[in-house]
Structures are given as structure tokens and as C-alpha cells.
Design a binder for this molecule. Structure first.
Ligand code: 5GP
Length: 180
């Protein structure tokens, strides 16, 4: 995998300590509440697994799969539900767990969709946020790291279904995706 990687942007240690911090905030914010974590497949698998284990408050977990990037590196803007929740979220406190927010298209669609089901609250935790996300009206309550506008992989994030298992966040050498 070495020659495909350009550099490490967020190390395993930085991810671990950020998860601990954010889990502490979530524990406080949701004390005494019944929290449902909604992970967005497949990218959020690692964040969800680590966050859930770092939390001390009791939670339930559910998953949604929506279409985002295909094998390329640009958002198509088209969002489709591939797998819906198994849980009825009416009256529930929902925390959407996302790997990354870029254009915000995926999340704004998802939040609209979830809010239409009458939850008690819907908030977002995104481990990574790219600069374009700041131009959207989406309010991401918990943000792990603000990163530059580069295509990143690892810790759940893929390029053509590869690299999800890297324990850190890195950038891909341009030759891998047909760049210079
Ligand atoms: P948005 O709709 O905010 O533009 O993009 C959200 C989705 O696009 C993310 O959930 C993720 O699946 C994908 N995505 C956005 N930026 C990146 C990136 O730098 N690397 C990877 N692997 N996926 C990304």
C-alpha cells in the first residue's frame, strides 16, 4: 500500500484522542437521554465502532446506506437510499455519525429525510470536514478535524472500495486515481 499513499493527514493516535474528547462531550450532552446513533454506511463504520465503545451513556445503533461517490473522487450530487433504518425514530434523539462532510449534499438530504420522521432531535458528528462544508447551511455539532480540500482515504474512507482498513487518514498519490 506504501506507494499508493502520499502522506498521513491524521494519525491513529490523533483519531483515538479525538474520539475520546467527542465521546466525553456526547456523554454530557445526552446524559439521561435515550440516544440512537445512526451510522452512514460504509464510510462511518470505523468512527461508529470507536465512538460507540468510547461512550459511557447507553446507546442503540442503526445504519443507513446512501449513495455518494462512485469510483471517482467528485460528488455526483445524487443521493439514493440503498438501506433504510430498521428503527422508528419518531420521538428519538438521533445522532448521525458520518466519516466526512464535503459539499454537504449527502448530509443535507439525510437530515431532511430524518427530520421528516418526527425525531425529538437530530444532530451530526462528522469525523472530518472539508472547506466546502462551511459554505452549506448544515450545522455539524461535533467535528473531528477540519482538513484541506484533498481526497482522503483510510479509517473507513475508500477509493474504489480500497483503503478503508487503514487505521489513519491519508492522502492518495495522484497516480492512483489518474492524476499527475
Ligand atoms: P458530500 O455529499 O458532503 O460532498 O460527500 C459526502 C460523502 O462523500 C462522504 O460520506 C464520503 O462517502 C464521500 N467523500 C467526500 N469526500 C471524500 C474524500 O476525501 N474521500 C473519500 N474516500 N470519500 C469522500
Amino acid at each position: 500500500m506504501g506507494k499508493d499513499l502520499e502522506r498521513i493527514l491524521v494519525s491513529e493516535e490523533e483519531l483515538r484522542s479525538k474520539i475520546k474528547d467527542i465521546a466525553g462531550r456526547i456523554d454530557e450532552d445526552y446524559a439521561g437521554k435515550d440516544l440512537l446513533l445512526v451510522g452512514v454506511l460504509k464510510g462511518a463504520v470505523m468512527v461508529m465502532a470507536d465512538l460507540a465503545r468510547a461512550l459511557h451513556c447507553p446507546v442503540q445503533m442503526d445504519w443507513m446506506a446512501v449513495s455518494s461517490y462512485g469510483a471517482g473522487t467528485k460528488s455526483s450530487g445524487v443521493v439514493r437510499t440503498l438501506k433504510d433504518l430498521d428503527t422508528d425514530i419518531a420521538g428519538r434523539h438521533v445522532l448521525v455519525v458520518e466519516d466526512i462532510v464535503d459539499s454537504g449534499l449527502t448530509l443535507s438530504w439525510l437530515i431532511r429525510n430524518l427530520k421528516s420522521r418526527g425525531p425529538a432531535s437530530v444532530e451530526i458528528f462528522a469525523m472530518l470536514r472539508k472547506p466546502d462544508a462551511l459554505k452549506t447551511p448544515i450545522d455539524v455539532k461535533y467535528v473531528g478535524f477540519d482538513i484541506p480540500n484533498e481526497f482522503v482515504i483510510g479509517y473507513g474512507l475508500d477509493y474504489a472500495e480500497r483503503y478503508r482498513n487503514l487505521p489513519f487518514i491519508g492522502t492518495l498519490a495522484p497516480h492512483v486515481y489518474g492524476g499527475k
